[in-house]
Design a protein around this ligand. Structure first.
Ligand code: NAD
Length: 507
């Protein structure tokens, strides 16, 4: 364990930065962090200026040469200790998640658990960095490939998974030998700060990992500083696309927004489908990039039964502060986001969709200033409507009625986003055809949220991901390393090599 300066402190009234292993101030601007369940400001966050971000990049650059040469097994051992500290500090981390994001505690625990999986995966660094070797690739010629780190890399993360998404990035980047600068969402940065301090408590050398809090000024600095070799971004599609197009001199993976469809076939077990859809659509108040926001019901009978049963469940949702574990759904993250989501519900009514359950009038006693919106359910949504096309990112589920599986697949394929889609059926042929044909990156068969486990990789298609590699898992090892292939020949003493002018073969 490291010295007292690395012991994590309780969340302070002002969230600063973590640079070179120290909490430091930086930047003259600040933003407010709200508790969305009460609508009150709980702390302020400093917004880093260019100089502060430059200081973090410099710390990461200074730490890189020694960290690059640290044996992977030693880097992995830090991750083992980090994993233990994350487990020991679970209650503190999830309390911060719930306080600043609003999600209910059991959902926050699930988020942390999925983040931890990536730390566990990173513990396997000696195995996945061992490279490839060919002895006698030619006569007395050996050839091998190494996965070398890139240098300083940066991560920019969204508000909706303040602990998990950063953990998708830096455990893997670090065990691959890179140093890291993280820029969390300015709306709920405290859990990332606490987790970052635990990483230092696990024994990380100073400067290997840094956090700058801030907004687009901090992001612009990361994008334009030539010392930063690669950017991992997760957030909305307009920002993802702009980052991908701006950071031309860097390796970039930019994961964007989504509109995930669940196709329900006439043979599906409707009661199980309803249970699955409730969690997938309304869990975390719909603020998940893998949330189901569209149900495609195949056949009128399926649609009628499904809408009737869903409506009863949506009306029964327990909405309230996330600290009360009896609640199913907490508030939206900010007042501005509440207005945006409510605006979409208003728009859906104007567009002519049938609002079967209207959550706009909900009040939560004792939390009248919280950003609570009840679950909303639209039926008879048409593909031309904006509530179908746009990512709403709230507790709003749209039902589209179609006549066939092929029509359902065409809907998914024609949507601009392609993160995930799932099918509910009891027919293997249907499931196999759907998973083979549908144009999205992650598919569920009777699984509503097909978020891959850490030993696979996570990524969408179309305008849900800009870049060639998905995030975490094996793709992350490729993203955070560059391949070097070395060929060597040790000529036996006394043997004479002849000059050859032909392009060398492997003889
Ligand atoms: P966002 O795009 O507003 O912000 C993401 C990050 O970018 C934040 O750190 C923010 O400070 C920064 N940022 C915001 N505007 C910027 C700008 N103009 N220039 C530079 N940087 C900017 O996203 P959000 O609202 O925090 O998160 C929700 C979005 O993230 C949703 O669209 C959701 O689908 C998406 N998301 C996607 C995935 C995925 O894996 N594909 C995962 C989680 C969230």
């Amino acid at each position: 364990m490291k010295s007292a300066k690395h012991e994590s402190k309780p969340a302070t009234a002002v969230v600063d930065h973590l640079i070179g292993g120290e909490r430091v101030a930086g930047g003259t601007r600040s933003g407010s962090i709200y508790n969305p369940a009460t609508g009150r400001v709980v702390r302020e966050v400093l917004l880093a200026d260019r100089a502060t971000v430059g200081q973090a990049i410099a710390a990461a650059a200074a730490a890189y040469p020694a960290w690059r040469q640290t044996p992977p097994v030693k880097r992995a051992r830090i991750m083992f200790r980090f994993k233990v500290l994350l487990e020991q500090n679970e209650d503190r981390i999830v309390a911060l998640l719930t306080e600043e994001h609003g999600k209910v505690l059991h959902d926050a625990r699930g988020e942390l658990r999925r983040g931890l999986e990536n730390v566990e995966y990173a513990c396997g660094a000696p195995e996945f960095l061992k490279g490839e070797h060919s002895k006698n690739a030619g006569s007395a010629l050996d050839s091998w490939s190494e996965m070398q780190p890139l240098g300083v890399v940066a991560g920019i993360t969204p508000f909706n998974f303040p602990a998990m998404v950063p953990l998708w990035m830096y455990p893997l980047a670090l065990v691959c030998g890179n140093t890291f600068v993280l820029k969390p969402s300015e709306r709920d940065p405290s859990s990332a700060m606490l987790v970052g301090e635990l990483l230092y408590a696990a024994g990380l050398p100073d400067g290997v990992f840094n956090i700058v809090n801030g907004d687009k000024e901090a992001v612009a600095t990361l994008l334009t500083d030539s010392r930063v070799q690669a950017i991992s971004f997760v957030g909305s599609t307009p920002v993802a696309e702009s980052i991908y197009n701006t950071a031309k001199d860097k390796r970039v993976q930019a994961l964007g927004g989504a509109k995930n469809h669940a196709v329900v076939m006439p043979d599906a077990d409707i009661d199980n489908v309803v249970s699955a859809l409730m969690g997938a659509a309304y869990g975390s108040c719909g603020e998940r990039c893998m949330a189901i926001s569209v149900v495609v019901a195949v056949g009128e009978t399926t649609a009628n039964e499904l809408v009737g049963k869903l409506a009863a469940e949506v009306r029964a949702l327990r909405v309230g502060p996330g600290l009360d574990e009896a609640n199913d759904m907490g508030p939206l993250v900010t007042a501005a986001h509440y207005d945006r989501v409510k605006g979409y519900v208003d728009l859906g009514v104007e567009e002519g969709a049938e609002l079967v359950v209207d959550g706009r009038q909900i009040t939560v006693p004792g939390h009248e200033n919280g950003f609570f919106l009840g679950g909303c359910l639209f039926d008879r949504v048409e593909p031309g409507m904006r509530i179908y096309q746009d990512e709403i990112f709230g507790p709003v589920l749209c039902v589209v009625r179609v006549a066939s599986l092929q029509q359902a697949i065409s809907l998914v394929d024609n949507h601009e986003y392609g993160n995930g889609a799932c099918v509910f059926t009891r027919d293997g042929e249907t499931a196999r055809y759907f998973s083979d044909q549908v144009k999205v990156g992650m598919v569920g068969i009777n699984v509503p949220l097909p978020v891959p486990v850490a030993c696979h990789s996570f990524g969408g298609w179309k305008r849900s991901l800009f870049g060639d590699l998905s995030i975490y898992g094996p793709d992350a090892v490729r993203f955070y390393t560059q391949r070097k292939t070395i060929s060597q020949r040790w000529t036996a003493s006394g043997s004479q090599e002849r000059t050859k002018f032909a392009f060398p073969g492997n003889d």
